[in-house]
Ligand binder design. Structure first.
Ligand SMILES: [Zn+2]
Length: 258
């Protein structure tokens, strides 16, 4: 079944900014290109009594313009605004707005931004990296995606220091809402119960996705969540929201990681 839903990304981003503002988030415009704005949202931890206990979580969406579930999940998360008290959240609601108006994976110049993080050619990724370089390190990153070929939800885990994994908890929460892709091979990689642990060597690969940049420079643990495009848009949004909530909630009682 083909679900090629498009969204009015400018309208969704306006709703995202409204929701963020109403809950006291800060908004930073870090790049503007072709009439499109790239924004970063930040939520300060509520309990400032002990700033050392803050957990820094990075969440990004909308790097592929034919994957509307990510920005819509961000909107839902902001409208609900339920986060652990000690969580400092860095939220990039849409990294490729031009791609959404074209309803395609790449940006206006035909570049797949999620392969552009090693020697960036696109204005969007250059601006994003410049923004990232101004931020602290993150305890956890989450990148929200969809996959057009998968049979269900799955995720990639990057956890080179073998910290307690969040993968099973994320998938258990998603499973209530959306089938998990149980294939033993997904995208040509070994998978187990919807979890891919690729064991990457960033320096051997020229075309870095965002997650490679993050694991090489900004974080030591993170997840790329892939909702199945074959399922209705509402199911994909619910799956990504459930996955983020499960990952973030786990951080509530976790010891400080940095
Ligand atoms: Zn994607």
């Amino acid at each position: 079944m083909y679900h090629g839903e498009t969204i009015d990304i400018c309208a969704v981003l306006r709703e995202i900014e409204t929701a963020a503002r109403s809950h006291g988030w800060c908004s930073e415009l870090f790049h503007e290109t072709g009439g499109f704005k790239l924004i970063a949202l930040r939520r300060s931890p509520l309990s400032i009594r002990n700033p050392q206990s803050a957990i820094r979580i990075y969440i990004s969406a909308g790097i592929h313009g034919d994957e509307p579930a990510g920005p819509l999940a961000v909107l839902r998360l902001l409208q609900k605004n339920r986060w652990p008290e000690n969580a400092e959240i860095f939220l990039l609601p849409c990294l490729n707005p031009a791609g959404f108006t074209l309803n395609r994976r790449e940006n206006a110049g035909g570049i797949d931004l999620n392969r552009d993080y090693r020697n960036p050619q696109s204005d969007e990724v250059r601006a994003h990296i410049a923004w990232l370089e101004r931020q602290p390190r993150f305890d956890l990153y989450l990148c929200l995606h969809e996959d057009w070929e998968s049979r269900g939800f799955y995720l990639y885990e990057q956890n080179p220091d073998n910290r307690p994994s969040l993968a099973e908890k994320i998938n258990a929460a998603v499973r209530e809402i959306c089938p998990i892709d149980e294939s033993e091979s997904i995208e040509g990689r070994a998978a187990h119960r919807g979890i891919i642990r690729p064991g990457i060597k960033p320096h051997e690969r020229p075309d870095w996705p965002e997650a490679f940049y993050l694991i090489a420079n900004k974080s030591r643990q993170g997840y790329t969540l892939e909702a199945p495009s074959d399922f209705p848009l509402a199911t994909r949004v619910n799956a990504l929201v459930a996955g983020v909530n499960a990952a973030v909630a786990t951080q509530d009682s976790a010891p400080h990681l940095f």
